[in-house]
Design a protein. Structure first.
Length: 55
């Protein structure tokens, strides 16, 4: 199978903080890497943001 995956790697880093009372914010970075048996490789990067306000 030419498309059979040989290796997969994932890395996630996140940081959360409370800039003001009742408000939490966060950012996360994700990295994915895959290599197929035939030597073809692909990677992806993602940055995600989140905010939460507690009433």
């Amino acid at each position: 199978m030419a498309n059979a995956q040989q290796t997969n790697q994932n890395v996630f880093l996140n940081y959360q903080w409370t800039p003001v009372k009742n408000t939490m914010m966060g950012v996360e970075y994700g990295y994915w890497d895959t290599e197929n048996v035939d030597g073809d490789s692909k990677d992806a990067n993602r940055i995600m943001f989140a905010a939460q306000y507690n009433f």
